[in-house]
Write a new protein. Sequence first.
Length: 207
Amino acid sequence: MSRHATTVPRARRRRSELVLVAAGVAAAVVLAMSFSGTLSVFTQAFLHGTNTVATSTIQIVETTADGSPGACTTAADGTASCTDPDLYGGQSLRPGGRSEPRTIFFENTGTATPTGFRLTGGPCATTPESGSDLCRQLVVKMTWRGADVLPASTTPAYLAANAITLPYPPAAGERYPLAVQVSLPDGATAPTSGVTLSQALTFTFSA
């Protein structure tokens, strides 16, 4: 019997291999398409159509000891300048004398606590001008929340040249007193006699 009788012709074997390769490629394509369809659910969008934010406010109200409002004006930057009550007392002092304390209250009617609370003094003016030495001799004492907040022996001249940072501004809903008293030392010199002194004080609260 011939040994070539059961041998598959080479051309037929080649065709069989090509058919198997084509079938494998087709199966791979179908599988890839099935995976693509399954993985597509991982592409999702989440829409937040309305997003808002608001800012808090500081709003300070100044009143006198009896709750009456003072005569204050507020600038665009939130700086309040008041002429009433007269924090220096408006009294005539002798050497060794002191004024009656003047008390005002600061109340925060806003929604946030200020991060800054500052005192600045305007130029110290005297009538007559020859008595300007009083600006360097009058002593100003200030208490805020019951504690002294000015350096020892602070004068109007010092306040005119230096801004003072005051501690613990009132939080929302808080109301605290601030009192001012001036005194004339026993050793006040003669040029301060018969002199009227005036100075503006500005309290600034910042957010």
